[in-house]
Write a protein that binds this ligand. Structure first.
Ligand code: SF4
Length: 71
């Protein structure tokens, strides 16, 4: 894993897509917003897929140089 994910909480609409598809990596916080479970077991390809599937585009992916990936 070289990429990393950031969740823009202000943009999360609590759809639950990321939590349902990857329950080992995402959870809802006390405000019902998605948050990352530390040391999430995700591949780079999975991160891009998750970002694409987020209906509110709240999930951002960055490469090893901290450059945002165009998902
Ligand atoms: S898929 Fe996006 S909008 Fe849905 S819970 Fe996850 S971060 Fe929030």
């Amino acid at each position: 894993m070289t990429f990393r994910i950031e969740i823009q909480s202000d943009d999360c609409m609590s759809s639950g897509k990321c939590v349902a598809d990857y329950p080992n990596a995402f959870m809802f916080d006390e405000e019902e917003l998605a948050s990352l479970i530390p040391n999430e077991p995700l591949t780079d390809q999975e991160m891009v897929k998750i970002a694409r599937n987020c209906p509110s585009r709240a999930i951002l992916v960055f490469d090893e140089n901290n450059i945002q990936i165009d998902t």
